[in-house]
Design a protein around this ligand. Structure first.
Ligand SMILES: NC(=O)c1ccc[n+]([C@@H]2O[C@H](COP(=O)([O-])OP(=O)(O)OC[C@H]3O[C@@H](n4cnc5c(N)ncnc54)[C@H](OP(=O)(O)O)[C@@H]3O)[C@@H](O)[C@H]2O)c1
Length: 237
């Protein structure tokens, strides 16, 4: 895909992996729309990546759990950039708690964000992806194939997301839309209230996922890495 002047929507792009993808894509001449719920995080990303207001970045307060927020996001993005070619459904939460004490709210927050949020994001952008023969990427996790204690809701959401994305890939291939799910292991971000520091040097860094997305977009049109497991090269010390 020729990248210059294409437009990408990244959900949950105000920090972490999504923000790093935004930066990598802007460096390739791609217009970027990022979403998140917290206005102050979006403002701080905007002042970091777009300090003079002259770079192609649009930050929109929107909750992936609400289809109407995603429809409005696509509308605003198209008003600014004309169309949407690439969608990265990245927004996600991690709530880790044993099933016997997990609340209904925690279950719904996880499933509604990590799974239904991706459905809402795709539904809102489907027409643009079809008319542009675009690219749809989801941010799953190695927790979409490995299960562990306290992760029942997170595992359910990410196993579900891997299955969803693979089936979507088969549905959309015939329209010339590429679909990939990325399944990272540990990435150094604020995920699950973590504070990244120098002890995280062994982990995947967010910019590595940014580079991976650039590489996927640049891949020859005939070839599609549809499911990518990615992990730190060396285990934690
Ligand atoms: N870090 C890891 O080790 C790791 C590994 C595998 C997969 N992942 C996946 O990678 C994705 C990004 O995680 P990260 O590590 O970058 O975490 P992060 O630093 O916590 O960032 C999460 C982003 O998602 C946004 N978000 C959360 N709920 C949202 C909602 N309902 N609507 C819109 N935006 C929402 C957050 O902004 P607001 O809070 O302002 O909404 C934030 O911008 C997630 O799907 C996560 O499951 C992470």
């Amino acid at each position: 895909m020729m990248l210059n002047n294409k437009t990408t929507l990244i959900t949950g792009g105000s920090q972490g992996i999504g923000a790093a993808i935004a930066e990598s894509l802007m460096n390739e001449g791609i217009n970027v729309i990022v979403t998140g719920r917290d206005k102050s995080k979006l403002e701080s990303l905007n002042s970091q990546l777009n300090p003079n207001g002259d770079r192609p970045l649009l930050c929109i307060e929107a909750d992936v759990r609400k289809l109407e927020d995603m429809t409005e996001t696509v509308k605003k993005g198209k008003e600014k950039f004309g169309t949407i070619d690439i969608v990265v459904a990245n927004a996600g939460v991690g709530i880790f708690t044993p099933i016997d004490i997990m609340t209904t709210e925690e279950w719904h927050q996880t499933i509604d964000t990590n799974l239904t949020g991706v459905f809402n994001t795709l539904k809102a952008s489907m027409d643009d992806l079809k008319s542009n023969k675009g690219y749809f990427i989801t941010m799953a996790s190695l927790a979409g194939t490995n299960f562990f204690e306290t992760a029942s809701a997170y595992n359910a959401s990410k196993f579900g997301l891997v299955g969803f994305t693979q089936a979507v890939m088969l549905d959309l291939r015939k329209y010339g839309i590429k679909v990939t799910t990325i399944m990272p292991g540990s990435v150094a971000t604020h995920f699950n209230n973590h504070i990244p520091d120098e002890k995280d040097a062994w982990k995947i860094q967010p910019e590595d996922i940014g580079q991976m997305v650039v590489d996927l977009l640049k891949m020859h049109p005939r070839t599609l890495p549809s499911k990518i497991e990615v992990r730190p090269s060396f285990p934690a010390k």
